[in-house]
Design a protein around this ligand. Structure first.
Ligand code: HEM
Length: 144
């Protein structure tokens, strides 16, 4: 159940994060004013990714992968690329990415120009997005 929620919520997180990143890049390049909608989109991406983080932690502790890790030990997990990806790389990179989104959002608020606000969101959200995409267990996701 929790795995299913994490799996479906991932579509929401990715869609909003991609949208927020593209919106910031367009705002930056077209020298737009950073308005209420831009703030809302960036905030939505922050909130949905934080929810995914919480769901992810629960998914981690209830997953059969976690049980496997307890049985075979960390050393064996690190030697198996599939287990390493699901149990170490995906969660760790997810936490780093969401930290970057949080830093980007809080930094943009302190910027005084529209360009600086868009640039901060664009840079932090784009890096976070690439990190997340690089460590999603794609084959497992699409085989469900
Ligand atoms: C950054 C945002 C994240 C996204 C977009 C994301 C997305 C996904 C996706 C698409 C899957 C595959 C689901 C499936 O097989 O149907 C997955 C699996 C998983 N994720 Fe995440 N995830 C994120 C963050 C996290 C975090 C922070 C953690 C842990 C702290 C985590 C823990 C897991 C676990 C344990 C699985 C495997 C679940 C299982 O098969 O039992 N995820 N994630």
């Amino acid at each position: 159940m929790i795995k299913m929620i994490h799996s479906y919520w991932a579509y929401v997180v990715l869609a909003i994060l991609i949208f927020a990143t593209i919106n910031a890049i367009i705002g930056l390049t077209s020298k737009k004013k950073f308005g209420a909608n831009d703030l809302r989109i960036s905030l939505f991406a922050l909130i949905t990714s934080h929810i995914q983080l919480l769901i992810g932690f629960v998914a981690f502790y209830v997953s059969t992968y976690y049980e496997t890790m307890r049985e075979i030990g960390m050393g064996a997990v690190m030697k198996n690329s599939d287990l390493r990806k699901i149990l170490i790389e995906h969660p760790l990179v997810g936490v780093i990415a969401i930290t970057l989104i949080t830093i980007g959002f809080s930094k943009h608020k302190k910027k005084t120009t529209d360009t600086a606000k868009f640039k901060t969101i664009a840079v932090f959200y784009a890096i976070a997005l690439l990190l997340i995409l690089s460590r999603i267990p794609w084959s497992q996701w699409f085989s469900n």
